[in-house]
Write a protein that binds this ligand. Structure first.
Ligand SMILES: [Zn+2]
Length: 341
Protein backbone atom coordinates (compact mmCIF):
# COMPACT_ATOMS: atom_id res chain seq x y z
CA UNK A 1 0.00 0.00 0.00
CA UNK A 2 1.45 3.35 -1.00
CA UNK A 3 -1.07 5.89 0.26
CA UNK A 4 0.89 8.51 2.14
CA UNK A 5 -0.96 10.79 4.61
CA UNK A 6 1.72 13.43 4.95
CA UNK A 7 1.25 16.32 7.37
CA UNK A 8 3.68 18.88 8.70
CA UNK A 9 3.00 20.90 11.86
CA UNK A 10 4.39 24.43 11.64
CA UNK A 11 5.28 26.31 14.83
CA UNK A 12 5.26 30.08 15.13
CA UNK A 13 6.49 32.04 18.17
CA UNK A 14 5.02 35.40 19.12
CA UNK A 15 4.21 37.59 22.12
CA UNK A 16 0.45 37.30 22.31
CA UNK A 17 -1.59 40.52 22.85
CA UNK A 18 -4.59 38.37 23.87
CA UNK A 19 -2.53 36.88 26.67
CA UNK A 20 -0.73 39.84 28.26
CA UNK A 21 2.04 39.57 25.64
CA UNK A 22 3.24 36.24 27.02
CA UNK A 23 5.42 34.30 24.62
CA UNK A 24 3.11 31.84 22.83
CA UNK A 25 3.65 29.07 20.34
CA UNK A 26 0.96 28.93 17.66
CA UNK A 27 0.64 26.01 15.27
CA UNK A 28 -0.74 25.41 11.81
CA UNK A 29 -0.63 22.42 9.51
CA UNK A 30 0.49 21.88 5.97
CA UNK A 31 -0.96 18.71 4.47
CA UNK A 32 -0.49 17.03 1.11
CA UNK A 33 -3.32 15.48 -0.89
CA UNK A 34 -2.42 11.77 -0.79
CA UNK A 35 -3.44 11.33 -4.45
CA UNK A 36 -2.28 14.48 -6.25
CA UNK A 37 0.35 15.72 -3.77
CA UNK A 38 -1.27 19.17 -3.66
CA UNK A 39 -0.41 21.28 -0.63
CA UNK A 40 -3.30 22.50 1.55
CA UNK A 41 -3.23 24.63 4.69
CA UNK A 42 -5.12 24.23 7.97
CA UNK A 43 -5.43 27.01 10.56
CA UNK A 44 -6.86 24.86 13.30
CA UNK A 45 -9.80 26.30 15.18
CA UNK A 46 -11.36 23.82 17.57
CA UNK A 47 -14.91 24.90 16.74
CA UNK A 48 -16.17 26.72 13.68
CA UNK A 49 -18.80 28.79 15.54
CA UNK A 50 -20.47 30.78 12.78
CA UNK A 51 -23.45 32.98 13.58
CA UNK A 52 -26.73 31.73 12.10
CA UNK A 53 -27.15 33.22 8.65
CA UNK A 54 -30.63 34.45 7.71
CA UNK A 55 -31.20 34.16 3.97
CA UNK A 56 -34.69 35.73 4.19
CA UNK A 57 -33.78 39.24 2.89
CA UNK A 58 -31.88 37.76 -0.08
CA UNK A 59 -34.68 35.31 -0.83
CA UNK A 60 -37.35 38.04 -0.64
CA UNK A 61 -35.26 40.30 -2.86
CA UNK A 62 -34.72 37.49 -5.38
CA UNK A 63 -38.50 36.95 -5.61
CA UNK A 64 -38.88 40.52 -6.89
CA UNK A 65 -36.33 39.86 -9.60
CA UNK A 66 -36.54 37.69 -12.69
CA UNK A 67 -36.08 33.96 -12.03
CA UNK A 68 -35.85 31.85 -15.20
CA UNK A 69 -36.39 28.62 -13.23
CA UNK A 70 -39.76 29.36 -11.61
CA UNK A 71 -42.85 27.51 -12.91
CA UNK A 72 -44.46 29.24 -15.88
CA UNK A 73 -41.24 31.12 -16.66
CA UNK A 74 -38.95 28.11 -17.18
CA UNK A 75 -40.83 26.99 -20.32
CA UNK A 76 -40.41 30.42 -21.94
CA UNK A 77 -37.00 31.45 -20.59
CA UNK A 78 -34.71 28.44 -20.69
CA UNK A 79 -33.15 27.01 -23.87
CA UNK A 80 -34.14 23.66 -25.40
CA UNK A 81 -31.91 20.94 -26.83
CA UNK A 82 -32.33 19.97 -30.48
CA UNK A 83 -34.82 17.09 -30.89
CA UNK A 84 -32.13 14.60 -31.95
CA UNK A 85 -30.28 15.10 -28.65
CA UNK A 86 -33.17 15.34 -26.15
CA UNK A 87 -36.61 14.61 -27.60
CA UNK A 88 -38.95 17.37 -26.41
CA UNK A 89 -35.92 19.62 -25.76
CA UNK A 90 -35.80 19.23 -21.98
CA UNK A 91 -35.15 16.16 -19.85
CA UNK A 92 -37.61 15.63 -17.01
CA UNK A 93 -37.26 13.27 -14.03
CA UNK A 94 -39.97 13.71 -11.37
CA UNK A 95 -39.97 17.42 -10.50
CA UNK A 96 -36.48 18.01 -11.92
CA UNK A 97 -35.99 19.57 -15.36
CA UNK A 98 -32.66 19.55 -17.23
CA UNK A 99 -32.05 22.33 -19.76
CA UNK A 100 -29.00 23.60 -21.68
CA UNK A 101 -26.96 26.23 -19.88
CA UNK A 102 -27.68 29.51 -21.67
CA UNK A 103 -24.06 30.50 -21.04
CA UNK A 104 -22.01 27.37 -21.71
CA UNK A 105 -18.43 27.01 -20.45
CA UNK A 106 -17.66 23.62 -22.01
CA UNK A 107 -18.94 21.72 -25.05
CA UNK A 108 -21.74 20.24 -22.92
CA UNK A 109 -23.01 22.18 -19.91
CA UNK A 110 -26.52 21.60 -18.66
CA UNK A 111 -28.47 22.95 -15.71
CA UNK A 112 -30.89 20.83 -13.68
CA UNK A 113 -33.67 22.89 -12.12
CA UNK A 114 -34.15 20.68 -9.07
CA UNK A 115 -37.66 21.65 -8.00
CA UNK A 116 -40.47 24.09 -8.86
CA UNK A 117 -39.82 25.73 -5.45
CA UNK A 118 -37.89 29.00 -5.74
CA UNK A 119 -36.19 28.56 -2.37
CA UNK A 120 -35.53 25.39 -0.44
CA UNK A 121 -34.01 25.95 3.02
CA UNK A 122 -31.25 23.54 3.97
CA UNK A 123 -33.40 21.57 6.39
CA UNK A 124 -35.99 20.95 3.64
CA UNK A 125 -33.56 19.53 1.08
CA UNK A 126 -34.82 15.98 0.57
CA UNK A 127 -33.21 12.84 -0.78
CA UNK A 128 -36.10 12.60 -3.27
CA UNK A 129 -35.43 16.07 -4.68
CA UNK A 130 -31.74 15.24 -5.03
CA UNK A 131 -32.45 11.83 -6.55
CA UNK A 132 -34.67 13.22 -9.34
CA UNK A 133 -32.09 15.91 -10.09
CA UNK A 134 -28.93 13.77 -10.04
CA UNK A 135 -30.74 11.09 -12.08
CA UNK A 136 -31.52 13.71 -14.74
CA UNK A 137 -27.88 14.83 -14.71
CA UNK A 138 -26.64 11.27 -15.01
CA UNK A 139 -29.04 10.47 -17.88
CA UNK A 140 -27.83 13.57 -19.70
CA UNK A 141 -24.14 12.60 -19.30
CA UNK A 142 -24.86 9.16 -20.75
CA UNK A 143 -26.84 10.59 -23.68
CA UNK A 144 -24.07 13.06 -24.53
CA UNK A 145 -21.37 10.38 -24.34
CA UNK A 146 -23.36 8.35 -26.86
CA UNK A 147 -24.23 11.25 -29.20
CA UNK A 148 -20.85 13.02 -29.07
CA UNK A 149 -18.19 10.47 -28.12
CA UNK A 150 -15.23 12.69 -29.05
CA UNK A 151 -16.55 15.91 -27.46
CA UNK A 152 -17.55 14.45 -24.09
CA UNK A 153 -16.71 11.70 -21.58
CA UNK A 154 -15.12 13.80 -18.86
CA UNK A 155 -18.19 14.46 -16.79
CA UNK A 156 -19.27 15.62 -13.38
CA UNK A 157 -22.48 16.69 -11.62
CA UNK A 158 -22.08 19.76 -9.41
CA UNK A 159 -24.16 21.80 -7.00
CA UNK A 160 -23.55 25.35 -5.77
CA UNK A 161 -26.11 25.83 -3.00
CA UNK A 162 -26.74 29.54 -2.34
CA UNK A 163 -24.67 32.62 -3.26
CA UNK A 164 -21.73 32.04 -0.88
CA UNK A 165 -21.06 28.88 -2.87
CA UNK A 166 -21.16 30.68 -6.22
CA UNK A 167 -24.82 29.94 -6.94
CA UNK A 168 -25.98 32.90 -9.00
CA UNK A 169 -29.67 32.09 -8.51
CA UNK A 170 -31.45 31.18 -5.28
CA UNK A 171 -33.61 28.66 -7.15
CA UNK A 172 -31.91 25.25 -6.53
CA UNK A 173 -30.08 23.94 -9.59
CA UNK A 174 -27.26 21.56 -10.52
CA UNK A 175 -24.43 22.20 -12.98
CA UNK A 176 -23.66 19.26 -15.27
CA UNK A 177 -20.44 19.28 -17.34
CA UNK A 178 -19.04 16.98 -19.98
CA UNK A 179 -16.15 17.71 -22.31
CA UNK A 180 -13.29 16.16 -24.28
CA UNK A 181 -10.80 17.05 -21.51
CA UNK A 182 -11.21 16.83 -17.74
CA UNK A 183 -11.21 19.92 -15.52
CA UNK A 184 -7.79 20.70 -14.02
CA UNK A 185 -8.15 19.00 -10.64
CA UNK A 186 -10.13 16.11 -12.17
CA UNK A 187 -7.31 15.60 -14.67
CA UNK A 188 -4.69 15.60 -11.90
CA UNK A 189 -6.68 12.98 -9.99
CA UNK A 190 -7.19 10.83 -13.10
CA UNK A 191 -3.48 10.94 -14.04
CA UNK A 192 -2.34 10.21 -10.47
CA UNK A 193 -4.91 7.42 -10.02
CA UNK A 194 -3.89 5.73 -13.28
CA UNK A 195 -0.25 6.01 -12.22
CA UNK A 196 -1.10 4.61 -8.77
CA UNK A 197 -2.89 1.67 -10.35
CA UNK A 198 0.06 0.97 -12.65
CA UNK A 199 2.61 1.13 -9.82
CA UNK A 200 0.65 -0.64 -7.09
CA UNK A 201 -1.76 -2.91 -8.93
CA UNK A 202 -4.55 -1.53 -6.76
CA UNK A 203 -7.14 1.20 -6.83
CA UNK A 204 -6.12 4.31 -4.85
CA UNK A 205 -9.54 4.70 -3.21
CA UNK A 206 -9.62 1.03 -2.08
CA UNK A 207 -6.22 1.55 -0.46
CA UNK A 208 -7.29 4.89 1.02
CA UNK A 209 -10.30 3.21 2.66
CA UNK A 210 -8.13 0.38 4.03
CA UNK A 211 -5.97 3.03 5.67
CA UNK A 212 -8.81 5.27 6.87
CA UNK A 213 -11.29 2.65 8.18
CA UNK A 214 -11.14 2.92 11.95
CA UNK A 215 -9.09 6.12 11.79
CA UNK A 216 -10.08 9.40 13.43
CA UNK A 217 -11.27 10.64 10.01
CA UNK A 218 -13.69 7.79 9.30
CA UNK A 219 -17.28 9.03 9.37
CA UNK A 220 -19.45 6.03 8.46
CA UNK A 221 -21.38 4.25 5.72
CA UNK A 222 -24.58 4.69 3.77
CA UNK A 223 -25.21 1.33 2.09
CA UNK A 224 -21.90 0.39 0.43
CA UNK A 225 -20.74 4.03 0.18
CA UNK A 226 -18.09 5.04 2.75
CA UNK A 227 -17.63 8.56 4.11
CA UNK A 228 -14.43 10.27 5.24
CA UNK A 229 -13.48 13.67 6.58
CA UNK A 230 -11.06 14.52 3.77
CA UNK A 231 -7.44 14.28 4.98
CA UNK A 232 -6.28 17.27 2.92
CA UNK A 233 -9.37 19.51 2.70
CA UNK A 234 -9.98 21.84 -0.25
CA UNK A 235 -12.36 23.97 1.83
CA UNK A 236 -14.23 24.12 5.13
CA UNK A 237 -15.82 20.87 6.43
CA UNK A 238 -14.71 18.85 3.39
CA UNK A 239 -16.23 15.36 3.19
CA UNK A 240 -15.43 12.60 0.66
CA UNK A 241 -17.70 9.68 -0.28
CA UNK A 242 -16.06 6.64 -1.89
CA UNK A 243 -18.20 4.27 -3.94
CA UNK A 244 -17.56 0.52 -3.85
CA UNK A 245 -16.89 0.29 -7.58
CA UNK A 246 -17.20 2.00 -10.97
CA UNK A 247 -15.35 4.58 -13.03
CA UNK A 248 -17.78 5.76 -15.72
CA UNK A 249 -21.30 7.20 -15.73
CA UNK A 250 -22.54 3.85 -17.07
CA UNK A 251 -21.16 2.07 -14.01
CA UNK A 252 -22.97 4.05 -11.32
CA UNK A 253 -25.76 1.87 -9.94
CA UNK A 254 -29.11 3.38 -8.96
CA UNK A 255 -28.58 2.10 -5.44
CA UNK A 256 -25.11 3.64 -4.99
CA UNK A 257 -26.42 6.98 -6.28
CA UNK A 258 -29.23 6.84 -3.73
CA UNK A 259 -26.73 6.06 -0.94
CA UNK A 260 -24.51 9.00 -1.96
CA UNK A 261 -27.52 11.29 -1.73
CA UNK A 262 -28.56 9.84 1.65
CA UNK A 263 -25.06 10.70 2.84
CA UNK A 264 -25.26 14.21 1.34
CA UNK A 265 -28.46 14.67 3.33
CA UNK A 266 -26.63 13.70 6.56
CA UNK A 267 -23.78 16.13 5.80
CA UNK A 268 -26.22 18.93 4.90
CA UNK A 269 -28.08 18.36 8.19
CA UNK A 270 -24.72 18.69 9.98
CA UNK A 271 -23.89 21.91 8.09
CA UNK A 272 -27.28 23.30 9.07
CA UNK A 273 -26.63 22.41 12.72
CA UNK A 274 -23.33 24.36 12.77
CA UNK A 275 -24.62 27.32 10.69
CA UNK A 276 -22.63 26.59 7.55
CA UNK A 277 -25.24 28.06 5.24
CA UNK A 278 -23.94 27.19 1.78
CA UNK A 279 -22.06 24.35 0.11
CA UNK A 280 -20.53 22.97 -3.08
CA UNK A 281 -20.83 19.31 -3.97
CA UNK A 282 -19.69 17.13 -6.84
CA UNK A 283 -19.98 13.63 -8.23
CA UNK A 284 -16.82 12.86 -10.25
CA UNK A 285 -16.63 10.39 -13.15
CA UNK A 286 -13.88 9.41 -15.58
CA UNK A 287 -13.58 7.53 -18.87
CA UNK A 288 -13.45 3.78 -19.46
CA UNK A 289 -9.70 3.91 -20.11
CA UNK A 290 -9.04 5.56 -16.71
CA UNK A 291 -8.79 2.20 -14.99
CA UNK A 292 -7.32 3.65 -11.77
CA UNK A 293 -10.22 6.04 -11.17
CA UNK A 294 -13.16 5.45 -8.85
CA UNK A 295 -16.44 7.36 -8.92
CA UNK A 296 -16.51 9.47 -5.76
CA UNK A 297 -18.34 12.44 -4.33
CA UNK A 298 -17.22 15.45 -2.38
CA UNK A 299 -19.11 18.10 -0.43
CA UNK A 300 -17.60 21.21 1.18
CA UNK A 301 -19.11 24.01 3.26
CA UNK A 302 -18.98 27.64 2.19
CA UNK A 303 -19.37 30.66 4.42
CA UNK A 304 -18.50 34.29 4.71
CA UNK A 305 -16.31 35.91 7.27
CA UNK A 306 -17.29 39.24 8.76
CA UNK A 307 -18.60 41.44 7.16
CA UNK A 308 -21.49 39.57 5.54
CA UNK A 309 -20.31 40.64 2.10
CA UNK A 310 -16.94 38.92 2.73
CA UNK A 311 -15.53 35.87 0.99
CA UNK A 312 -13.85 32.64 2.03
CA UNK A 313 -11.60 32.81 -1.04
CA UNK A 314 -8.35 34.70 -0.48
CA UNK A 315 -4.89 35.24 -1.93
CA UNK A 316 -4.09 31.63 -1.03
CA UNK A 317 -6.58 30.02 -3.41
CA UNK A 318 -6.58 32.66 -6.15
CA UNK A 319 -2.92 33.62 -6.40
CA UNK A 320 -1.17 30.58 -4.94
CA UNK A 321 -3.57 27.69 -5.68
CA UNK A 322 -3.39 26.61 -2.00
CA UNK A 323 -6.74 25.46 -0.61
CA UNK A 324 -7.19 26.18 3.10
CA UNK A 325 -9.58 25.51 5.92
CA UNK A 326 -10.22 26.52 9.53
CA UNK A 327 -11.35 23.13 10.75
CA UNK A 328 -9.37 19.99 11.52
CA UNK A 329 -10.71 16.97 9.57
CA UNK A 330 -10.35 14.83 12.71
CA UNK A 331 -12.65 17.18 14.66
CA UNK A 332 -15.08 17.27 11.74
CA UNK A 333 -15.32 13.46 11.69
CA UNK A 334 -16.07 13.39 15.41
CA UNK A 335 -18.89 15.94 14.96
CA UNK A 336 -20.24 14.30 11.79
CA UNK A 337 -20.28 10.72 13.12
CA UNK A 338 -23.56 11.33 14.96
CA UNK A 339 -25.29 12.23 11.70
CA UNK A 340 -24.30 8.86 10.19
CA UNK A 341 -25.25 6.57 13.07
ZN1 LIG B 1 -37.30 30.67 -9.07
Amino acid sequence: MAVNLRRVVNKTLYHNPMNNFELNEASSETRYDPLTGQLVRIFPFRTIGFPRHDWTPYVEDSKKRFCPFCPGVLEKSTPRYPEDIIPGGRLKVGDAVLVPNLHPYESHTAVVVMTPRHYVPMNEISVGMMLDSFTAGLQFLKIIEQKDPTGSGNGSINWNYMPYAGGSLIHPHLQVISGPEPSTYDGQMITAANEYFKNNGANFWDDLLKLERGSERYVGKTGDVEWLATFAPRALVDVTAVLPSGTTTGELSENDLLEVLRGFKNVIDYYDSVNVSAFNSVLYFARKKDTGFRIHARIVGRYTIFPVVGSDVSHLQVLHNDPWTLHMPEVLAEDLNKFFS
